[in-house]
Design a protein. Sequence first.
Length: 117
Amino acid sequence: MVAGEIRKFTVTINKGEHVQSFTVSINGEEAKEYTENYSQKIAKGVEVTITAKPENGYSVIEGSGNFKVKCNTTREIKTETAKVYNFDYTGTVQEWKVPSTGIYEIECWGAQRKQSN
C-alpha cells in the first residue's frame, strides 16, 4: 500500500427472498435503490445505511441498518412472515411493548376526532 492511498473493501448486499428492493446510502448521501444484489469497493471508515423494502406480508429481520466499513463485508437481507398483533377496544389507553426492534405499522380503525362547536 502506498502512503496516502485510500484502502477500499468490497461490500456486498444480497437481496434475499421476499425483498422487493433496498436502498443504499453512503455517508448520509442520497440513497440509491436496487432491485438486485449490490457489490461495490468502498473506502475504509465509510458509513453505509441499508433500508430494505419487503414484499407484502413480510417484514425484514436482518440486513437493514448502518455499519462502518472495516473489512470485506457481506450482508444478507432476510425476511419473515409479518406478525400481526390485534387488540380489542377497551375504551381506555392501552400500552404494548414491542417484542423486538424493528419497523412497525400501526393501523387504527373506527377512531373519530371529537368535534366542538
